[in-house]
Structures are given as structure tokens and as C-alpha cells.
Design a protein around this ligand. Structure first.
Ligand code: ADP
Length: 196
């Protein structure tokens, strides 16, 4: 099962992807998590990505294309994977499609979670509050200014992917405003139908 989750920051992609990894036994590939790991490890990629991530901008296509291509070649992706946060631009989607077809692989579904923007701001505020309450470290891009920039980047560079995947006949749009369990159920229904 190879899946892509699309949707703005705070739409619930990560939450849903985690649930599916348990059910299907395939990994969640979050480029945000991979980049944050590179930043903490102080790798060359991490050093190049940190400032742009903190400001809410997008890391260059070359960097993310490379980390994803390397990651999906690993053994644990043999049964499939869930991409969360990638592709984020039409050029990234084109590179992904080439990488997949070079390996004789195809996507099973592209699922977009639709949410209204006010809800996103509230979700990010509560994510920050919960992290603080639990004594955790708040993401350096979870502040109002970087969040606004992340939303603007989404509208400008990522939203066009809906049309791109629609054109390929692969897009399914689901209501991300429903409660978490209801969203999971609707995703499972889509996947059952795509497997049929
Ligand atoms: P969000 O909660 O905003 O969806 P992510 O954890 O997916 O955040 O990503 C955090 C940051 O990592 C992004 O704002 C961006 O700087 C960088 N990033 C993650 N994935 C990509 C990608 N596919 N292309 C470019 N930059 C990316």
C-alpha cells in the first residue's frame, strides 16, 4: 500500500498516518520528521534546512527528493509506505512519480484532508499548549509568524497538487474537520475500495 496524504499544516495528516502504520504494518515517512532529525543530528542537510524551516519556508526540492528516494529504497518500505508532507510541490510530485515508475511501483491513493483555516490556527495553538503542559519542546516553527508563512507556502506551492493528482485520477478529498476516529474510518473505506 503506497499512500500520500495532502493537506495544510495541522490538517491531521501525521495523526492519521500513525494510525495506518499500525493497521497496515507500513512506515510513515514524514519529511518534516526526517528534516528535524537531520537538524538535531547536525548533518549537512540539517544545517542547510534549519533556517528555512524555522521561518516556515520550504526546503529545496533537491534535498527532500533525495531523502525520500533514499528512504523508500530501504527494506521496511517493501510492503509500502505513507508519505506525510511529501510531495509538497508539483516538481516534487513529478520526481516521485519517476522514482516510483523506475522501480515498477505505483500509488494506491492520494488522500487530501480538507480543513478550514481558523481550525488550523486553533489546532496549532492547542498542539503548542499540550506540548508545553507535557514538559516537551515546542517546534521552532510552531509560532504565529512561521505558521502564517507555512499556510501561505501551502496555498501557493502545495495546493496545486490537488489538481495535479485529480488530473491523474488519484485524488480523494475527505473532510478533515470530522472527529479523528471518523476521519480514520473514512480513510479506511477509501483504502478498502482502492484495494478492490
Ligand atoms: P507541517 O506541520 O507544517 O505540515 P512538517 O513537519 O510536515 O510541517 O514540515 C515542517 C517543515 O519542514 C516545513 O515547513 C518545511 O520547511 C520542511 N519540509 C517538510 N517537508 C517538505 C517538503 N516535502 N518540501 C520542502 N520542505 C519540506
Amino acid at each position: 500500500m503506497r499512500l500520500i496524504f495532502l493537506g495544510p499544516p495541522g490538517a491531521g495528516k501525521g495523526t492519521q498516518a500513525k494510525r495506518l502504520t499500525e493497521k497496515y504494518g507500513i512506515p510513515q515517512l514524514s519529511t518534516g520528521d526526517m528534516l528535524r532529525a537531520a537538524v538535531s543530528a547536525g548533518t549537512e542537510i540539517g544545517k542547510r534546512a534549519k533556517a528555512v524551516m524555522d521561518a516556515g519556508g520550504l526546503v529545496s526540492d533537491d534535498i527532500v527528493n533525495q531523502i525520500v528516494a533514499e528512504r523508500i529504497a530501504q527494506a521496511d518500505c517493501g510492503k509500502g509506505f505513507i508519505l506525510d508532507g511529501y510531495p509538497r510541490t508539483v516538481p516534487q510530485a513529478k520526481v516521485l512519480s519517476e522514482t516510483l515508475s523506475a522501480n515498477d511501483l505505483k500509488l494506491d491513493a492520494v488522500i487530501e484532508l480538507k480543513v478550514d483555516e481558523e481550525a488550523l490556527v486553533r489546532r496549532i495553538e492547542s498542539r503548542v499548549a499540550e506540548t508545553v503542559a507535557a514538559g516537551g519542546t515546542v517546534r521552532s516553527d510552531d509560532n504565529p509568524e512561521a505558521f502564517r508563512k507555512r499556510l501561505a507556502e501551502y496555498r501557493e506551492k502545495t495546493a496545486p497538487l490537488s489538481e495535479y493528482y485529480q488530473g491523474q485520477g488519484q485524488l480523494v478529498v475527505l473532510d478533515g474537520m470530522a472527529d479523528v476516529d471518523a476521519v480514520t474510518r473514512s480513510i479506511e473505506t477509501v483504502l478498502e475500495n482502492s484495494a478492490a
